[in-house]
Design a protein around this ligand. Structure first.
Ligand code: THU
Length: 162
């Protein structure tokens, strides 16, 4: 038996530390969250995806009375980006959740497992790490790759083995 350890790297940033582009991305994700369709959970999420050519695509969660038919903000934004700009590499994704006053909530929210899997697929598709920013009211967590949020992920490499 061998004990093994796995380190996850991420940064905690303050709003003053952010580059202008990241401030813009958070503001766009916040605007997107305001348009979320979340009448069942009242949990409004916004995501902004930055493409390598500088284009920003946003999305928000879309719910449905048949609950599983809805989709998270991250996947709405990423699928839109990949559907419309299939040849443009995804650089970053920014995620925010807002409260009833349209303000970013005090805690960062982590993407769900399915969204992590889709971010992992997008990294693999474009052979490029995707930077992930999770923004709260006062601080931002920055991950350089989905491998720090979804270690040991299932991927195309596993399918191709057999
Ligand atoms: N949701 C997201 O949009 N992103 C996440 O990462 C977590 C959850 C949505 C799905 C659902 O509409 C609501 O938040 C409550 O789970």
């Amino acid at each position: 038996m061998k004990d093994k350890e796995f380190y996850i790297k991420y940064k905690e940033l303050q709003y003053d530390d952010l580059k202008e582009i990241d401030k813009t991305l958070i503001s766009k994700a916040l605007d997107a969250a305001k348009n979320a369709y979340a009448p069942y959970s009242n949990f409004r999420v916004g995501a902004a995806v930055l493409l390598k050519d500088g284009l920003i695509v946003t999305g928000n969660n879309q719910e449905n009375a048949a609950y599983p038919s809805g989709l998270c903000a991250e996947r709405v934004a990423l699928f839109y980006a990949n559907a419309n700009y299939p040849n443009t590499v995804v650089d970053s994704i920014i995620i925010v959740v807002i409260n009833h006053d349209d303000k970013i909530v005090p805690q960062t929210i982590s993407p769900c497992g399915s969204c992590r899997q889709v971010i992992a697929e997008t990294e693999m598709r474009y052979k490029n790490n995707i930077r992930i920013l999770l923004a709260s009211e006062n601080h931002i967590l920055e991950f350089n790759s989905i491998s720090d949020l979804l270690p040991f992920s299932f991927s195309q490499k596993d399918l191709l083995k057999y």
